[in-house]
Design a protein around this ligand. Structure first.
Ligand SMILES: N[C@@H](CCC(=O)N[C@@H](CS)C(=O)NCC(=O)O)C(=O)O
Length: 244
């Protein structure tokens, strides 16, 4: 049976971290909310979120169904899927290391969200522009460099790797770092001008993920929704600036 991925249609969002792993591995999956028909589309996604319809109802998308299992939280879903689809380290200890890195990526994704919605997710960006400007300035100056220095360190010091973040072969963590870099480059092109020079190992990782045949095919397909201003990585020119 195919994996069922449940995520908001029309945007990459947090669902994209799961999608990249499924696409890279060639796993059989259904992107449920983007389909129509019985048990498909938005009604199916919303039904799964309703307390009561599932014994372990998820709080928010993305969630993944595998048979009777319903799993929530990007990092948790990837920790579950990784070994099954050949995208996790062999070593059990390293799987926990990978999960730690993935949770750090999730933290940064939360901060990316807060760069345009610093006050409230329930309010429009237009209602928190001033605060978003201040938040983004600090995100660009302090947080992007701090996270990226950390990820660069992991890749350049991985004792088993030749360009990977954890372990001896590509894992879901590498795919997620690719997505993080793609998203930041879309949202903050001015802030990321010197990215490749500052973080050469990450720059190599990004290109080697992009060149993976299944990823390249996916990125060129209609399944890859372009970045847009309903997602997590939003390009608002007024929020983007050089780190200074
Ligand atoms: N930490 C969760 C965050 C999930 C999340 O925030 N999902 C968003 C969409 S990307 C959502 O629909 N949130 C609804 C809400 O927070 O009320 C994860 O990584 O999966």
């Amino acid at each position: 049976v195919a994996y069922e991925l449940y995520y908001w249609p029309g945007l990459q969002g947090r669902g994209e971290f799961i999608r990249l792993a499924l696409e890279d591995s060639g796993a059989d999956y259904v992107d449920v909310a983007r389909r129509s028909g019985k048990d498909r589309g938005m009604p199916a996604l919303l039904r799964g979120l309703k307390n009561g319809s599932e014994p372990h109802s998820p709080f928010a998308p993305p969630y993944l169904k595998d048979g009777d299992w319903v799993l929530s939280q990007v990092a948790n879903i990837l920790m579950y899927l990784g070994p099954k689809i050949g995208l996790a380290p062999e070593d059990e200890g390293l799987r926990f290391i990978a999960n730690g890195v993935q949770l750090t990526i999730a933290d940064m994704v939360g901060e990316v969200h807060d760069s345009h919605h610093p006050i409230a997710s329930a309010l429009y960006y237009e209602d928190q522009k001033k605060e978003a400007k201040a938040r983004s300035a600090s995100f660009i100056k302090d947080r992007i460099p701090k996270f990226m220095r950390h990820f660069e360190h992991l890749v350049s010091h991985n004792p088993d790797g030749r360009g990977e973040t954890v372990g001896a072969s590509i894992s879901y963590v590498d795919l997620s770092l690719f997505q993080l870099m793609e998203g930041l480059a879309y949202a903050f092109p001015r802030a990321l001008k010197k990215f490749d020079a500052n973080y050469p190992h990450l720059a190599n990782l990004r290109e080697s993920v992009r060149a993976r045949p299944n990823i390249a095919r996916y990125l060129a397909s209609e399944r890859r929704i372009p970045f847009n201003e309903t997602g997590i990585f939003r390009h608002y020119p007024e929020l983007d600036q050089e780190p200074g």
